[in-house]
Design a protein around this ligand. Structure first.
Ligand code: PLP
Length: 402
């Protein structure tokens, strides 16, 4: 079990903001001092561009950058370091696949299958590429409880399905989707699978080889790492066959005035100067998570989840969205007759930071027939005491409006 008191000491933001109750971790997480120090250390000691310089600090920077690739490979259970492409984040990773793979492989009549539970970043790239290629976009529906409706798979997984793109853990409901089952259904009809792991990777042990997904995307900033860095995992044979996404320096082998050839994977997909400091910082975030242990993280968050569930349910007029058993520590809820923005605003006056809005998942809001929800999402530095503060804040908010 993790020692939350000790963990909180690693996060200076809590010492600098003693009244802050930060419950917007699905949006972004706070950074431990080790990650901040790693960034400073790079800039103060060996700041140089990578893969090019033959002087010492450039070689050191290159080694640190490439070491993170090995770190990520181990962290997500990939078999081959060539599968790990550094991007700006989940959004860029999905756009890379939609454009490079989708642009080459989709044609009129093909189907891209996503779900009604997706974050906009796993909807819009597919809408755009479907429009460009003439493919059709289909949605697996969701149930009232925030689960996927997989009761009629033949209706959705067809011989026309070319790729299935699915969120691993919902940023609205917290639902953890049955990825292995979806991969099996997709592969049976010859379709590939892309998993949006933005919300699962920070909280649970992820093994892309066991999931047998074809693509997996996640962001560094949601798992204690810096902003501006993310990962696309892809099976190497897919990356080999795909055309580059962005063109420029580093991604080429030979350039003539007429045409060019491409660098080996994964560098074929890392055009230009990458986010060197952020990639190295991501490596440090992974070290921190590994030190705590992902089983311990899941175990602790399950305790937070159970406690919050019980406490939140006792608040008069509260409606919680997403009630499946298999879920992460994320709560979307509304309080009767009080607009979510008012709830979030009042809680903010008590120092409690939660999110209010559509959470970049407007199709879910449409399905639930609401405009917005409040959302409280937890991470390893949150405490049971903070859940009490949230609940007390909500009770005071209800009193204020009645
Ligand atoms: N997918 C999910 C499930 C998310 O929650 C988010 C961010 O909130 C994203 C994708 C997009 O991540 P990023 O903004 O880091 O690219």
């Amino acid at each position: 079990m993790i020692d939350v008191k000790t963990i909180r000491k690693d996060f200076l933001i809590f010492q600098n903001n003693p009244d802050l109750v930060f419950l917007d971790n699905a949006s972004t997480t706070q950074k431990p001092q080790s990650v901040i120090d790693t960034l400073s250390h790079y800039y103060e000691n060996y700041n140089a561009n990578i893969h090019r310089g033959i002087y010492q600090i450039a070689e050191k920077a290159t080694a640190a950058y490439e070491k993170t690739r090995d770190n990520v490979k181990e962290f997500i259970g990939a078999k081959d370091r060539r599968s790990i492409v550094f991007t700006k984040g989940t959004t860029e990773s999905i756009n890379l696949v939609a454009n490079s793979w989708g642009g080459e492989n989709l044609k009129p009549g093909d189907e891209v299958l996503i779900t009604e539970m997706e974050h906009h970043s796993n909807i819009i790239p597919w809408q755009l590429i479907c429009k460009r290629t003439g493919a059709n976009l289909k949605y697996i529906p969701i149930n009232e409880d925030g689960s996927l409706d997989l009761s009629d798979p033949e209706k959705y997984f067809t011989i026309n399905t070319k790729i299935v793109c699915v969120i691993h853990q919902s940023n609205v409901f917290g639902t953890i989707n049955p990825i292995a089952e979806i991969v099996k259904l997709a592969h049976e009809v010859g379709a590939l699978v892309l998993v949006d792991g933005a919300q699962s990777t920070p909280h649970h042990k992820v093994n892309v080889s066991e999931l047998n997904c074809d693509f997996f995307a996640f962001s560094g900033h949601k798992m204690l790492g810096p902003t501006g860095v993310g990962v696309l995992y892809a099976k190497p044979e897919l990356l080999e066959a795909m055309h580059p996404f962005l063109g420029g320096g580093e991604m080429i082998r030979k350039v003539t005035m007429e045409e060019s050839t491409w660098n080996d994977i994964p560098w074929k997909f890392e055009a230009g100067t990458p986010n060197i400091a952020q990639v190295i910082g991501l490596g440090s975030a992974i070290d921190y998570i590994n030190k705590i242990g992902r089983e311990n993280i899941t175990e602790y968050e399950t305790e937070l989840l159970k406690y919050a569930q019980e406490k939140l349910q006792s608040i008069p007029g509260i409606n919680i969205y997403g009630t499946v058993k298999d879920k992460g520590a994320v709560f979307s809820f509304n309080v009767e007759n009080i607009h979510p923005h008012d709830v979030a605003h009042i809680l903010d006056t008590y120092g409690i930071a939660i999110r209010a809005g559509h959470h970049c998942a407007q199709p879910i809001m449409k399905k639930l027939n609401i405009a917005a929800t409040n959302r409280a999402s937890f991470y390893i530095y949150n405490t049971l005491g903070e859940i009490d503060q949230l609940v007390n804040g909500l009770i005071k908010t209800v009193e204020l409006f009645n």
